[in-house]
Design a protein around this ligand. Structure first.
Ligand code: TRP
Length: 361
């Protein structure tokens, strides 16, 4: 069995730098390295609807935002299958069967689900569909027999549930499903990028995001007002690096080459950090450099995005073709699943013959 890469995003908003550094950039690299049998990237609209049931318009609009972010970032429909989750009914089918192999208390222990329930103030009123989304996510992964899931570390609990379900399924019925592994970003700071306000996570609801689709002037406004070290009042004061969002972003995004290009006074980030901590280096200079680094990364995306945006029907066409391909693969797995579960009645000649005998002897 070869390598199958699969990952997705909920289309609840435009993608931001946290998405890019946490997973999207790696996906594009993986895609271009070509070292896999198949690669799937999808928009998890079914999952998005689990806590947006009364707001389908929001999901509908964001399908295109995310599709444009994907294409702008460099995902190439010739190389990977881009699809929309809701267009694959086999996913719902597999979810139903997997739900029999896991308990309510097991889902309740999932730390990501726990945090999300708190964040959404669901408490006693958790939509059942939302509660079950880890199982639905296990179906997303296993329907395509994915071996490798590039994602942020908040997805690790979902992968654990998936692996447990795979083992349960294969032990109970037959070896059909495949245990996946998460592929975390190599760069530690990339695993959880803080917001521009220095808060724990970049997130739309906190309003602390830099979006991949932000124009250059908006990026500069956001970088200029970023959280640094609140005690670094004068340039000469010693500054703190820890918890300083500008330095966290520099850790995540800049390379030594960027210094030669944009800030030749320093050879690398260590030199800058040393100067900042000693005192004598102002926030503004660091922010200007960070702004250059971010814009250098976003500019090619802006250009591609502007091109793709001109032909929206063609993007739907790409997603439709991708969804068809995904359905083909999904239908193959479902036929194996049903066979293993012995619910492929009409193809089960043994069953038909034995019942014929039973009722006629
Ligand atoms: N849960 C992921 C998110 O919050 C989206 C997602 C749905 C996903 N199904 C997946 C990610 C399967 C990886 C694999 O963005």
């Amino acid at each position: 069995m070869g390598k199958i890469i699969l990952t997705g995003d909920r289309p609840t908003g435009k993608l931001h730098l946290g998405h890019y550094i946490g997973s999207l950039r790696r996906r594009v690299e993986l895609q271009n390295e070509g070292d896999f049998d198949r690669m799937f990237v999808f928009m998890a609209d079914v999952q998005a609807l689990t806590d947006n049931a009364e707001n389908p318009e929001k999901i509908r609009q964001n399908i295109m935002e995310v599709a444009l972010d994907y294409l702008a970032a460099g995902l190439d429909p010739q190389k990977c299958v881009l699809f929309i989750q809701s267009q694959i009914p086999e996913l719902a089918e597999l979810t139903t069967y997997l739900m029999n192999l896991i308990t309510v208390s097991r889902v309740q222990r999932n730390p990501t689900v726990k945090t999300e329930i708190k964040m959404r103030n669901f408490e006693a009123n958790i939509p059942l569909g939302f509660f079950c989304y880890p199982v639905s996510q296990a179906a997303d992964i296993t329907l395509f027999k994915a071996t490798t899931v590039p994602a942020g570390e908040d997805q690790e609990p979902m992968l654990e549930v998936t692996r447990e379900l795979v083992r349960r399924f294969n032990q109970t019925y037959a070896e059909v499903l495949v245990e996946p592994e998460i592929m975390l970003p190599a760069n530690q700071t990339a695993r959880r990028l803080p917001g521009t306000d220095g808060k724990e996570k970049m997130s739309k609801s906190l309003g602390n995001c830099i979006y991949l689709s932000d124009p250059a002037d908006v990026v500069w406004q956001k970088v200029k007002s970023m959280y640094t070290d609140p005690d670094h009042l004068r340039v000469d004061d010693p500054g703190k690096i820890e918890g300083n969002a500008v330095f966290t972003y520099l850790d995540a995004f800049c390379t030594d080459d960027d210094f030669a290009k944009f800030w030749p006074e320093y050879k690398n980030l260590d030199e800058v950090k040393e100067h900042y901590q000693r005192g004598g280096l102002g926030d503004m200079k660091c922010k200007k450099f960070l702004n250059e680094v971010i814009n250098q990364m976003l500019e090619p995306m802006r250009i591609r995005r502007a091109e793709f945006q001109k032909d929206i029907p063609e993007i739907f066409n790409i997603l439709n073709k991708g969804s068809e391909k995904a359905r083909e693969v999904g239908a193959q797995t479902m036929s194996e699943v049903k066979r293993a579960m012995q619910i492929d009645y009409f193809n089960d000649t043994e069953l038909i013959q034995s019942l014929q005998k039973k009722f006629n002897e």
